[in-house]
Design a protein around this ligand. Structure first.
Ligand code: GLU
Length: 369
């Protein structure tokens, strides 16, 4: 039976005083239980630990320093999960606390372990309740409020539905009559920039905001998962969506699927620098899908470590694509333009490729209207 990943955001779950909105949690737990009784396999991705921890610590204003947010999250996670335990217990359902980071989903071994554990939990009739492990990772603290994490979990399983529950009914745009209205359907393969431009709703999509929702939806649909943005306060919303009712804004799944890794790289991994390449290297990347070698590199901007994402620009400064650099920016500056045997003399331990072809995506621009 199909897996449904539902994500609940901070502003839906926690009030301005840092107190959990118990009636919202109660209603969504009821929804998840109903979904399970209908035979679906629900997974909840929940935020709210940081806001709840700030409330518990008596800190009224959200700090900006990451260690402060991480500490608050560690305090709040226990409070949050305890509430889920109580609420599920009232329905005789057992939840499981699962804390994940995006690095866990990048390493093959931990990716498989996460999927095995989640599958086993679902087989046992348990509802996994997932949050980011904010102590070791900060991706969702800085971008997303778990939107992207939820998409990655949906791709991992794979889920049939990813439902991003938020404070709005969905995305709003201008209809044919010129009046603003709910965007019911986003056709498959719509470029994320086009969706963002169409959305007239402004704020109200929670802490993650519109860009992380669209990034998450684009990733999920790119892997064949249908994504819906809907109100986290409406009764029975999950069962309605899973049984095919039109609720909120629905992003249709793509026909041409891309790997989970490339979707993440394209839409969710921020670029920390840029590499300039000569005409030959740009053409090889665009036409032949080859790896990028030091010899084709003409310039390096920014400070990045090996493993970070970087943008690649051609000699005319047009963006070619984005990839994971196998070199730090300092190492790359030392070997830019060199042939492989020279590189080996300067950096004996360095790998052959600056960006491996499997870790590179060509940038697709929005289709002309
Ligand atoms: N994982 C975080 C939490 O549950 C994300 C939310 C945030 O950025 O405040 O608190």
């Amino acid at each position: 039976m199909s897996v449904v990943v539902a994500k609940l955001g901070t502003s839906t779950l926690v009030d301005e005083e840092g107190q959990l909105r118990t009636e919202v949690l109660e209603a969504r737990v009821r929804d998840l239980v109903r979904l399970r009784r209908l035979g679906y396999r629900p997974i909840l991705v929940t935020s709210g630990a940081t806001a709840c921890g700030l409330g518990r610590l008596g800190i009224r204003e959200r700090p900006t320093a990451l260690p402060d947010l991480q500490a608050a999250s560690a305090v709040g996670q226990g409070v949050l999960f305890q509430r889920y335990l109580e609420l599920f217990r009232a329905h005789d359902v057992i939840p499981a606390q699962v804390l994940l980071t995006s690095a866990d989903l990048e390493r093959r071994s931990s990716y498989v372990n996460a999927r095995n554990t989640l599958t086993r939990l679902l087989d046992l009739g348990v509802v996994p309740v997932i949050n980011e492990n904010d102590t070791t990772a900060t991706d969702e603290l800085t971008f997303g409020d778990n939107d992207v994490l939820a998409a990655r979990v949906a791709i991992l399983m794979p889920a049939t539905w990813l439902v991003l529950l938020t404070d709005r009914e969905g995305l709003y745009g201008v209809g044919v009559d010129g009046a603003p209205g709910l965007i019911g359907e986003v056709p498959s393969a719509t470029h994320p920039e086009e969706v963002a431009l169409a959305d007239m709703g402004g704020s109200g999509l929670g802490r993650g905001g519109v860009s992380s929702k669209i990034a998450a939806a684009t990733m999920a649909t790119g892997a064949g998962v249908t994504c819906v943005i809907a109100s986290g306060r409406a009764e029975g919303v999950l069962a309605a969506i899973a049984s095919g009712h039109r609720v909120g804004t629905r992003f249709a799944p793509a026909e041409r699927r891309e790997s989970a890794f490339k979707l993440w790289l394209r839409y969710a991994k921020p670029s920390l620098g840029r590499i300039g390449v000569d005409a030959g290297a740009a053409q090889a990347l665009r036409r032949q899908g080859t790896s990028l070698l030091p010899v084709g590199i003409t310039g390096v901007d920014g400070a990045f470590a090996a493993g970070d994402a970087v943008d690649v620009h051609d000699a005319e400064d047009r963006l070619v694509g984005k990839g994971i650099s196998g070199y730090s920016s300092d190492d790359l500056r030392a070997v830019a333009g060199m042939k492989s045997d020279e590189v080996r003399r300067v950096l004996p331990d360095a790998g052959t490729e600056v960006i491996h072809r499997d870790q590179f995506v060509l940038v697709e621009s929005p289709s002309p209207r």
